[in-house]
Design a protein around this ligand. Structure first.
Ligand code: KIV
Length: 277
């Protein structure tokens, strides 16, 4: 059964975990779809893990649309959630509706995700036919306001604010809400009080589902690995070893070998030549 927004509610009701993984290109989208995820998030984490920026802030509408279209081509039949990039929805609701609509109309997405708490915007997008996933806690587009990529909800006041925001987004019509880097006990409590499904990342096992950045799962990165991420492969180092071997083989003449080379067709023998009658 293909995923729809109703699947999130159904799975929450049945206590079945919901699995989301990010993808930014067609091939990776094919891979995660064939692996059986419930939905693919075209995250603006693309700005960091794909484009190499230090934050998600530089990701643009055009870039996110390009990633979304690529994912939609690679994972036909998948439920695709496109992340709205920084300043594509913060400068006015008309602008936000037009930008969100482009992800469905041009990008092939089925829903959008937005960071922070703007319930009237969520209601307006849903009324326009655009399903919305919220995102609370560590919201990377606010990295400079938060003073860094830091866990959130560590004081009683911050926890009260998160509970309040989650309730407001739920009431406004979000079908799901990402809870990023908040205490596990708080995420569990919020999960139990909302209709919307909660999707955790660094928020413990009590959420209705989990979202993971594909590069973290595959070990396809260098440097910092978030504490909440689990690596299931070591693709950066495997790729590095493979390319190093290739470099050495080209330099030593081992590659290309005969089987990688194209021969001229053998000249026809005298017996097979057409002879004039
Ligand atoms: O951009 C992204 O990949 C995200 C997830 C980490 C939730 O927002």
């Amino acid at each position: 059964m293909p995923t729809t927004v109703l699947t999130f509610a159904e799975k929450k009701r049945r206590g079945e975990k919901i699995v989301l993984v990010t993808a930014y290109d067609a091939l990776t989208a094919t891979m995660v779809h064939n692996a059986g995820v419930d939905a693919i998030l075209v995250g603006d984490s693309a700005g960091m893990v794909f484009a190499g920026y230090d934050t998600t802030l530089p990701a643009t509408m055009d870039e996110m649309l390009y990633h979304t279209k690529s994912v939609a081509r690679g994972a036909k039949g998948a439920f695709i959630i496109a992340d709205m990039p920084f300043l594509s929805y913060q400068c006015g609701h008309d602008d936000a509706v037009r930008n969100a609509g482009r992800f469905l109309k041009e990008g092939g997405a089925h829903a959008v995700k937005l960071e922070g708490c703007d319930p009237p915007l969520v209601t307006r997008l849903v009324a326009a036919g655009i399903p919305v996933m919220g995102h609370l806690g560590l919201t990377p587009q606010s990295v400079h306001v938060l003073g860094g990529f830091r866990a959130q909800g560590k004081t009683a006041a911050a926890q009260a604010r998160l509970r309040e925001q989650a309730r407001a987004l739920d009431a406004a019509g979000c079908f799901a809400i990402v809870l990023e880097c908040v205490p596990a006990s708080l995420a569990t409590e919020i999960t139990q009080t909302l209709e919307a499904a909660t999707i955790g990342i660094g928020a413990g096992p009590g959420c209705d589902g989990q979202v993971s950045v594909i590069n973290d799962l595959l070990g396809l990165s260098t440097g910092y690995v978030p504490r909440h991420a689990k690596r299931y492969a070591d693709m950066y180092n495997q790729g590095l070893a493979a390319v190093r071997q290739h470099v050495a083989e080209v330099r030593s003449g081992v590659f290309p070998a005969a089987e990688h080379s194209i021969d001229m067709p053998a000249p026809p023998s005298a017996a097979t030549l057409d002879t004039p009658r």
